[in-house]
Design a protein around this ligand. Sequence first.
Ligand code: UDP
Ligand code: MN
Length: 308
Amino acid sequence: MRLKLRNIFLVYFVVSSAGLLYALLQLGQQCDCTRQTKPPHDVHRWENTRPRGGENLPVIYVVTPTHARPHQRAELTRLSQTLLLVPDLHWILVEDSAARTTLVADLLAQSKLPYTHLNTLTPPAMKLKDSDPNWLKPRGVEQRNEALRWLRENRSPTDHGVVYFADDDNTYSVKIFEEMRNTQKVSVWPVGLVGGLRYEGPLVTGGKVVGFHTAWKTHRPFPIDMAGFAVSLALLLNHPKAQFDPNAERGFLESSLLGPLVAVGELEPKADNCTKIWVWHTRTEKPKLKQEDLLEKQGKGSDPKILV
Ligand code: UDP
Ligand code: MN
C-alpha cells in the first residue's frame, strides 16, 4: 500500500514537473499570431465575392453609352471590373461611333463578362463639340435607344430581366445591383454628387415615393438621374414605343422614358427606403496631354501601338 502511494506520488511529480518545464520553454518562444487572430470583417477573399449565378436570378442588362476620348479605356476598365462582381449580368456597351472600334472590342473580349457590343453615331447636329459645356446637349441618347431596340429584337417579355442605364464615368457599389435585381416595374434610389447637391433622390413615406429631394428644375415629372432607376425588361418590352426623347428639354430625358411607363406612386424605393447612396455621379477630369504635341514635333511622340 505504502509502495503504491509512493509510486502515485512519483508519477504525479514527474508529470507536473514536465508540464512546468514545457510551459517555461514556451514562454521564450515567438508566437505565430496569424494562426490565432481571425481575419478582419472587411477583408473578403475574391472567392467569396465572385458571381455564382445558376440561381435563376433575373438578368441585369447594364446599358452603357460610351464615346472615344483619351481616358475611355480607363473608364471602361474600371466599370467592367465592378460589373465582374455582379452575377447574372449582361453588359450592353453602345459606342457613339460610325463603327465598332478595336479598342472597345478587345476590352469586351477580355472582360470575361457576357456582353453585346453595339454602335450608333449621334447625328452631328446633336453632337457635343469639344468646346461646348457638357450640359448643352444630351449625351448618350441614341446609344441608349439603340440598346432598347436590341433588347426588343432579342429578348421576350417572358424573360426575367431588369434594365439599368449605367454611364461609363459614374461610380457604382456592387450593392446597387442587388437592390435593383427584383424590380417589378421601376425601382428608384438616390444618386450621390448630382444636381448641385450632395445627393438627389426620392422621398419615401410608408414605403411609397411621395416626392423628391432636388433643387434643380423641381417641376420635372421624374427628377431622377439616369443612374437612379432601373426598369423591368417586361415593362420595356410591353411598351414597344417607350424610349429616350433626343429632343427632350434639358433635365427631362429620364422623364421622357419613365412618363409613359409608370406613375410616381408606383415607383419601388430601394436602398433602405432611399436613405443609402450606392451610386455616385462622378466625372473624370479631362487629361492634359499638351506634351504629346511637343514630343511629336521632335519625332519622339508616344508609341501609337501602345493602347492607353
Ligand atoms: N457619351 C456619348 N457620346 C458623347 C458624350 C457622352 O456616348 O458624345 C456617353 C458617355 O460616355 C457616358 C454618357 O454618354 O457614358 C453620359 O455622358 P457624360 O458622362 O459626359 O454626361 P454627364 O455626366 O455630363 O451627364
Ligand atoms: Mn457622366
